[in-house]
Design a protein. Sequence first.
Length: 368
Amino acid sequence: MIRPTLFRSACLAGCVLLAACGQPATSTKDASAGAAAAPLRQLARGDVLQATLAPVAASLPFTATLNALTSIEVAAEIDASVREVLVREGETVRRGQLLARLDGETLQQALLEQQAQLANDEARLRLARLKLDKQRELYQQGFISKLAFDEVDSEYRIREGDVNARRSQLARARKSLADTSVHSPMDGVVYARRIQPGEQVSRNQKLFAIADLSQLEATASIPARQVAQLQPGQRAHFRVEGATEQFAAQLLRVNPVANAGSRTFNAYLRVDNRAGRLQAGQFVSGEVILREVGDAVRLPQAAVRDADGSKPWVMLLDGNILRRQPVSIVLRNDNERVLAVRGIDVGRTLLAAPLLGLKPGDRVALPR
């Protein structure tokens, strides 16, 4: 009875031992299968970008203030009191438009006086002419001496000079009377009005300031080490302080003499403002385009590894595998932090910036 019991115990122990020995092999197999089925690294939309052709420009940054290319101050031509002012600051005026009227009562009287005196002088001149013609006949017939004829001729010349002088005085009187009406010498905008009705103004006193805002000029200060890169005709773009809209400009000239204090050079840029969206006095910041490439792939600097070295490269997605792709840098814009590169096909997907833990050969999943 004892032997069958021992046999059954031995069999049971053997089964338990066999089961225990087989358990680790099953766990190792499951672990390997789990590793093979591990999820891919999921990328977000901001982690990747597509290679596209877009212009990249090397540029020189500047700050400047917009000024009117053409402006003028209208001054009084006579001493008079102001009778009427017809325009205010901010109004658009045309060339020849009446801006103000000055009192011309005294000048009108002076004009009438000059006209009367001219009429008298012309009458005296006609009489002197008659005398001269008569005396010439007598002299030619020998009835008067040469001295007598010369006296009559001299009197005529004096009367003729008096008439010419009076005509000049009359012309000045007419001009002075016309100067009581103050007209705009150009098309533009009134940006300063310095008189009021009833005020007394004197000759050469400034009355109005007018600017043509259809063409503006920006004066930029350029450091001496960079001024050699500038050439007239180069394009530029800028933004007004506090706004996002971009405007175009063109470099016209560079002052060859440096500013005394700062040792910078003034560069002058022309701005077409016929649309009237800009105002004189606005502060702007922009860039002068030094060189531009339009047939290369435009990438942010963060997408290119070792951009300052001899072998730059990007992390390209080949299916769902990351691959190292060498590129060549054609042009860089440090102001916008973008690069123009070649060596990558348009439309390919790549990482927009380095991601912690990712390296060439890793498997990733693109964003849905």
